[in-house]
Write a protein that binds this ligand. Structure first.
Ligand code: IPE
Ligand code: IPE
Ligand code: MG
Length: 244
């Protein structure tokens, strides 16, 4: 069994549910927000490692459409951290040729946050390396309903035919239009659920659950996870013999 990464078999799209910041802080008897701050460092490490190993798309679940239900103070602190991250990281993204993108109900973000996000996306728009896709105020069910509404509007206005709706064309209406489906979905923090993340796109994703709390995720574990992915057989409904 290989012990080093095969660069020809890297997942094209890695999507991560970055969970466990609050518990990380609690364990250290710190406030939850300190966990989110430490989480940003793990984001920086992960972005760098994924870009270095040839991942094409990295989607990070940073804030769910359900996370608005958290205490206002925590929501405010998370939004502030997001702004700081965008402001601080843009130069490094450009340097590493990384293009920033976002999915989710971006209209729900505060105007100042939206402006910072737009600025970062504009500045990195001509980068041709990895795509860093931030899921912000993102929820999969909401995304699917928005996509359906968009399709039905086109149907009503006569621009579309119902027969044109297929799993492939439906993807063009989702926030992830233009991106490949995730090959690997990783959740840290020891919970075994998807929490409304990429439900449609996850159809054939390989799932990996780590007990590590997000701020503690190191490069070495990411390497182990990618190695584990490379040892899996993705059959897409077929049988082993058909794959070679
Ligand atoms: C994930 O960590 C970050 C966000 C959801 C924004 P949590 O804040 O959910 O951490 P736990 O699950 O409470 O430990
Ligand atoms: C999922 O984590 C959302 C993000 C990581 C941004 P949560 O901590 O919100 O998920 P639940 O509530 O435990 O399912
Ligand atoms: Mg959590």
């Amino acid at each position: 069994m290989r012990k080093t990464l095969d660069r020809d078999k890297m997942p094209r799209h890695v999507a991560i549910i970055m969970d466990g910041n609050g518990r990380w802080a609690k364990k250290k008897q710190l406030q939850r927000i300190k966990g989110h701050e430490a989480g940003i460092k793990a984001v920086e490490r992960t972005v760098e490692y994924c870009a270095k190993t040839g991942i094409q798309v990295l989607t990070l679940y940073a804030f769910s459409s359900e996370n608005w239900r958290r205490p206002a103070l925590e929501v405010r602190a998370l939004m502030k951290l997001l702004r700081l991250f965008l402001r601080r990281e843009t130069a490094r993204l450009i340097k590493n040729n990384i293009r920033l993108q976002a999915i989710g109900q971006l209209y729900r973000l505060e105007p100042v946050v939206r402006a910072e996000l737009k600025k970062a996306m504009d500045k990195t728009s001509s980068c041709t390396g990895m795509v860093l896709n931030l899921a912000l105020s993102y929820g999969s069910r909401d995304e699917i309903i928005r996509a359906m509404k968009h399709f039905f509007q086109e149907l009503e206005s006569g621009g579309k035919d119902l027969a044109a709706l297929t799993p492939e064309t439906f993807h063009d209406y989702l926030d992830t239009a233009g991106l490949p489906d995730p090959d690997l979905i990783l959740r840290t923090g020891g919970e075994y659920r998807l929490s409304n993340f990429l439900l449609w796109q996850a159809a054939y994703a390989e799932l990996y659950f780590s007990e590590t709390l997000w701020p503690d995720l190191a490069e070495s574990e990411l390497e182990e996870i990618f190695l584990d992915y490379q040892h899996r057989e993705r059959r897409f409904g077929m049988i082993s013999e058909q794959l070679s």
